[in-house]
Design a protein around this ligand. Sequence first.
Ligand code: ACO
Length: 367
Amino acid sequence: AIESGVAQKMITNWETYAIELDKRLGLDNQLMRVLGAKARRNPKRLVFAEADNIKILKSAQIAYDERIAYPILLGDEKAIRQMALDNSIDIDDMPIIDPRNDEYEEKRKQYGELFFKKRQRKGVNQYEATKMMKDRTYFGCMMVENGDADAVISGLTRNYADAIRPALQVIGMEEGVKKIAGMYMLLTKRGPLFLADTTVNLNPTAEELADITLLAAKEVRSFNLMPRIAMLSYSNFGSSDTPEARLVAQAKDIVKQKDPTIIIDGEMQPNIAFNQEILRDNYPFSELVDQEVNTLIFPNLAAGNIAYNLMKEIGGADAVGPILLGLKKPVHVLQLGSSVRSITNMALIAVIDAQLKCENSNQESAK
Ligand code: ACO
C-alpha cells in the first residue's frame, strides 16, 4: 500500500515539474497538473519491462512516489536490487519478475499457450510461443492481456518497430480499428498540441488518414479537450492540384462523413492553420476561422516525425509520447533512449489510458 506520507512528496514533485514547465513556456500549462491528479485518483498496476535500466528504475520510483502507478518491475532481480541500492532507489514495495527465471516456468507455459492460440497460423509453433515468453516485452504484454497487470511500457532499449510488433501480436487492435497510429502531445507556448501520425504508418491512404484522424480526435477528447483539427499539406484548399494534396482533402471529407460534428479543415499549410488573420481574409469559408487549432494531422510519417522533432528541439516544446492509438489494451512503446522525464510522462499516459479502457469495458459489460 502507498503511505499517505509519500503522497505529499509526490504532489511536491509533480508541482515542481509543472512550475518549471510554466516558467519555460511562459504560460499556465494546466494539462499535466490535471492529468497527474486524474491518474492519482485511481493508480494502476504498471509493468516497466526494462527495469534493469537506471532511467526506467528512476521513473518507476517517481511514478510510485507520485502515486500515479503501482510499478511491476521486469528484469534480473539481482541486477535490479543492486542498481536500486547503488542509486538509493526504494523499490521495497515493487514486485520484481524475471520471466527467464525457473520460478516463472508455469506462467511462461500459460502465456505461451495463449500466445500460440493467437499466432498458430502466423508461423509460430507451440515450442517457440513458450520460449518467446522469456522476452520481457512479450511477457509484459501478455501480463496485460491476461489481466495480471493494467498497462505496460517498454521499448527504451530497442528499435521502435521491434517494440511495437509484440503489442500488435499479443494485444491487437480495438474493435473497429484497422491500423494503430502514433501521436505526440507537445506542451507549447500556445498550450497543448497533438500531432499524428508521428510514429507508425509510412504512407497512409485517404481512408487510413481519416481513421488516424478519428483515433487522434478520440484521444484528445479523452484529455477533456475539444479537438480542433488541421489536416496539413503543402497546399491550401486546392491551391496545388496534386495527388498528395488531394489525398489530404479527401481524408478530411471522409472524417466529416463519419463524424459531421467534428471541427476540422484542410488541406492546409500549418502557418495558415495558426494565423487567424490570413485565414479570415483569404479563406473565410474555413471551419477553423475563430477556432484555436490543437490537433495537427500530417500527410505521412516523414512529415509528422520531422515536425515533432523540430518543435521539440528548436521550438522548446516538451514532448509527451509517443502515445499509441488504437490498441485494445494500454501498451506504450518508448522512444529509444528517452529521458527519465519522458518515461515518467509516458507512465502517466499509460495509467490514464488504463483507467479509460477499464471504464469503457465496464460500460460494455453493463450493457
Ligand atoms: N496497425 C496495426 N497492425 C499493423 C500495422 C498498423 N499500423 N502495421 C502493420 N500491422 C500488422 C500487420 O497487419 C501484420 O499483422 P499479422 O502479423 O498479424 O499479419 C504485422 O503487423 C506485421 O505486418 P508488416 O506489414 O510486416 O509490418 P512490419 O512488421 O514491417 O511493421 C510497423 C509494422 C512496425 C508498425 C511498421 O509500420 C513500421 O516500421 N513503422 C515505422 C516505425 C518507425 O520507424 N517510426 C518512426 C521512428 S519512431 C519514433 O520517432 C518514436
